[in-house]
Design a binder for this molecule. Structure first.
Ligand code: SAM
Length: 202
């Protein structure tokens, strides 16, 4: 599939423009979901991070000894993450992922929420294919009732729980899909309910 329509150009342009300040925005010292994700992996497991932003989560996983591949679709943020990590960050849009059974795990925190709703299934299928058998996948979304822009002009797919469950059912053969609702915030300062989703490839 062509990537021309599978990303929102305005959203990526926003991250590029804001890269320097976005990359150093304050994040909580500890992320219990990331800690739980790492605890479920074998020591040294290979982890693909999608939409790594400033690279904070990759940094945590690298420090914990995992074999991390950080990626982002914004050249500006990829450069910022490279500065933080001191290693190359792959410039890659989600829809360009074409790896085959290459990773033990995929971490996609607050980034697939920018995939146009009609393309989310394709991206989830690519992630399924990129994982090794037994692979683990985490992603988080802002819950809602359909695609829209926030006050900063960024596109969000804002899925309902039922819509997201249906998309996971149709995209790959995921097992043990868990979805947890929790309050969260964002760069726009607007409180939202997040859906935290974990899934396994059999
Ligand atoms: N995961 C990071 C974190 O938790 O701090 C950053 C989250 S930020 C809300 C969303 C990230 O997704 C940005 O780094 C942005 O550049 C990236 N992104 C948005 N659309 C993308 C696309 N189509 N392909 C790859 N990355 C994309």
């Amino acid at each position: 599939m062509s990537d021309n329509v599978a990303h929102d150009a305005q959203t990526l342009a926003f991250y590029d423009r804001e890269a320097a300040s976005y990359a150093v925005r304050p994040k909580p010292e500890r992320n219990p979901r990331l800690e739980g994700f790492m605890a479920a992996l074998k020591p040294g497991a290979s982890v693909l991070e999608l939409g790594c932003g400033g690279g904070q989560d990759s940094e945590t996983m690298i420090r914990a000894g995992f074999d991390v591949t950080p990626t982002d679709g914004s050249p500006g943020l990829a450069r910022e993450a490279e500065k933080r990590l001191g290693r190359p960050v792959k410039l890659m849009r989600f829809a360009e992922l074409d790896a085959l059974a290459a990773y033990d795990a995929v971490w996609a925190n607050a980034c697939l929420l920018h995939v146009p709703a009609e393309h989310l299934g394709d991206v989830l299928t690519r992630i399924f294919v990129a994982l090794k058998p037994g692979g683990r996948f985490y992603a988080s979304y802002k819950m809602g009732d359909g695609g829209d822009r926030d006050g900063l002009g960024r596109y969000y797919n804002f899925p309902s729980r039922a819509r997201l469950e249906a998309t996971y059912r149709q995209a790959g053969a995921w097992i043990d899909v868990t979805m947890e609702e929790a309050p969260g915030g964002g760069y726009d300062g607007v409180p939202r309910t997040f859906l935290h989703v974990t899934a396994l490839k059999p």
